[in-house]
Design a protein. Structure first.
Lengths: 346, 180
């Protein structure tokens, strides 16, 4: 019955039930206690590994002639997107359907949200309708946490503001693992607009939990205050993950096993954070010349959607070392794994 | 709490050899035969059956591994294993004679799940079931075609098959579980 007690304590308990490092998991049930997936900042490496292993089994299902299993029959998944999305939403929908769940898509533009309904009320309404799992995207950081706190259903964060995008980070880890094996000790360079990137933030937690060596590369104006170890003045109690920061991509990319380019949002130029997109791409574009400085066998990734010719050159984006399409395909398997684990846990 | 050994290493070796013979006899050879072991302990058992047939018949029977995690109906309530692995079937099972292999036959619910899983891969000509131990207490109309040993048990007993590939040595033990 202790698991029920844990459940009632809610989100903050996730870290408390984490297994002590180095100790074998007592049982599979102990390995997954989560009701929500909000970010990777409190995920242990064991939990991440469980998600990735489960995704392997899901990949086998997706490879079948008829990819459909009855696992989540009777489970209702609602996707609630306050921001637009192609790949995340469609891959959650497909993941749910392959597992036999009922999936309902609610878009904020066509719902009572337009009439001013709050996040809390909307979540409770969807719970009353019969949702078991709510997949939520919102432009405000923390919105899914609010939903999770005020409802009894599972909440998956499908991207909140600049804060977190845990399912993207998990699919990135899965893609890296499937190509590199263990990411421990591997050098991963994340380049681009770090400040505004929820993908970078979640990847930071996931990659460092799995022992990768992370280097963030950005112009100083697109790098969040407090992450650079050099100016962590008084921020150390935040327990930020160990990362390196470099403003020079030619230097940062040396010996990299993975280079992850982030989307450069075109409006950043208007707000004065970069002098011009041309200058940005001259200094920070992931192109063939720069890829040549990385480790032999380097892979390039991008969470999409890409601005080809700005943060990534067309030939690298579609070249032999690109995993971009694989990332999208793996997204379905990883999201199936999360839906399965959350539903089994209920 | 005293556990007692109901099958020794030698008992298990003889039983596996006998089942291997019965399978070949019943199927009149090894034509189109495929063994599918149910994870975890059905897989090494299926491999042992195939090895036995290789020895006395000189024929190769392919062996697959089936994970029924995605087909169970009893997981949330009982809190068993959530870990799942990819199933690995060696060939297209359509029109094959599939022998499903598991260690213990109990309620029959795992076999029900395995049948659903198998049928998702194709339409076998025939599916048969081989188990090392049948401990009774079926909850579904399912029976095994090949049984190593029938063991009368109480609901509260715990029957465990140990295999050297997984547990280090071979034996079958029964532990009466006291209290609840």
């Amino acid at each position: 019955m202790s698991s029920n007690a844990v459940e009632r304590r809610g989100k903050s308990s996730a870290a408390a039930v984490r297994e002590p490092p180095g100790e074998p998991l007592p049982s599979a049930v102990g390995a997954w206690q989560r009701r929500h997936v909000l970010d990777l900042d409190d995920f242990s490496s064991e939990e991440i590994s469980l998600v990735l292993e489960t995704a392997d089994a899901m990949k086998e299902v997706l490879a079948r002639e008829v990819p459909r299993v009855p696992t989540l029959r009777g489970t209702t998944i609602i996707t609630l997107f306050y921001e637009s999305s192609t790949r995340t939403r469609s891959s959650f929908e497909l993941a749910g359907k392959v597992l036999g769940a009922d999936v309902i898509n609610v878009s904020a533009a066509a719902s009572s949200v337009q009439k001013g309904e709050s996040i809390i009320d909307t979540t409770r309404t969807l719970q009353s309708v019969g949702a078991d799992i709510l997949v939520m995207r919102h432009k405000a950081s923390g919105a899914p946490y609010l939903a999770a706190r005020h409802a009894d259903i599972s909440v998956i964060n499908a991207g909140d503001g600049w804060h977190a995008h845990p399912t993207q980070a998990l699919l990135d880890l899965y893609t890296m693992r499937s190509r590199l094996g263990d990411v421990r000790g591997r050098k991963v360079v994340i380049v681009g607009d770090i400040t505004h990137s929820r993908v970078a933030r979640s990847n930071l937690w996931g990659l460092t939990a799995m022992g990768a060596q992370v280097v963030l590369c950005a112009p100083p104006t697109l790098f969040p205050v407090g992450l650079d170890p050099a100016d962590r003045d008084g921020c150390d109690e935040l327990a930020l993950p160990p990362v390196r920061f470099d403003t020079n991509l030619d230097r940062a990319i040396e010996g990299a096993d993975v280079v992850m380019a982030l989307r450069m949002q075109l409006e950043r130029q208007q707000s004065g954070l970069v002098p011009s997109l041309r200058e940005y791409s001259r200094l920070y574009q992931v192109n063939s010349q720069r890829m040549a400085r990385a480790a032999p066998g380097v892979f390039v990734m991008h969470p999409g959607p890409m601005n080809e010719g700005i943060e990534i050159s067309m030939e690298v984006a579609h070249g032999a070392r690109s995993l971009v399409e694989e990332q999208v395909a793996n997204g379905v398997a990883v999201r199936m794994a999360l839906l399965y684990l959350l539903a089994r846990r209920r | 709490m005293a556990e007692s050994i109901i099958m020794s290493e030698q008992d298990m070796r003889r039983v596996i050899l006998r089942i291997a013979h019965e399978i070949v006899e019943n199927n009149r050879g090894c034509q189109d035969l495929v063994f599918v072991g149910m994870r975890t302990r059905g897989v090494p058992l299926a491999e042992r059956l195939a090895a036995a047939i290789r020895d006395f018949e000189g024929e190769e029977v392919s062996v697959g591994a089936l994970d029924i995690g995605l087909y169970r109906d009893d997981l949330p309530a009982r809190g068993v294993e959530v870990r799942i692995k990819p199933s690995e079937l060696p060939t297209d099972i359509a029109d094959k004679r599939v022998v499903l292999v598991d260690d213990v036959l109990y309620t029959g619910r795992s076999i029900r799940a395995a049948l659903d899983a198998l049928i998702d891969y194709g339409r076998p000509q025939r599916i048969q079931l081989a188990v090392l131990v049948d401990r009774g207490h079926r909850e579904l109309p399912i029976r095994a075609d090949f049984v190593g040993k029938n063991i009368p048990t109480s609901h509260r007993d715990d029957v465990q098959v140990m295999l050297r590939e997984i547990d280090g040595d071979d034996r079958v033990v029964i532990t009466p579980v006291e209290g609840e």
